[in-house]
Design a protein around this ligand. Structure first.
Ligand SMILES: [Ca+2]
Length: 109
């Protein structure tokens, strides 16, 4: 009985670390594909939660639709899109340091 309990605990710890390490290591990989390398908004560039994970914002959804389809990269088409429809392209937002996925963040006119 004690053996089974210890085994279950060790297995639980192993699963936790596997999930934790996979989540953490996925982050820099994708951020590196963005024009700003994720330095301005980190996970909040694509996710509603600035810490990452969970639902994607408008830019994150467009990245999933266009960027992932093109082999998981930021493409010219994605740069030309205006993900949250504020009148500034995603390229324009990266160039001015605003967040293409946050409707409250847009280049000054
Ligand atoms: Ca925009």
């Amino acid at each position: 009985m004690l053996f089974r309990t210890k085994t279950a605990v060790y297995l639980g710890i192993a699963v936790f670390f596997f999930l934790f390490v996979s989540t953490v290591s996925a982050r820099p990989f994708r951020l590196g594909k963005l024009p700003d390398k994720g330095k301005n908004f980190s996970c909040g560039t694509c996710h509603v939660n600035p810490s990452g994970g969970g639902s994607r914002n408008a830019f994150g959804k467009d990245y999933a639709k266009v960027g992932m389809k093109a082999g998981d990269k930021y493409t010219q088409d994605l740069g030309a899109m205006d993900s949250h429809q504020d009148g500034s392209s995603n390229d324009g937002e990266f160039a001015t340091g605003t967040n293409p996925g946050d409707p409250g963040s847009k280049p000054a006119n």
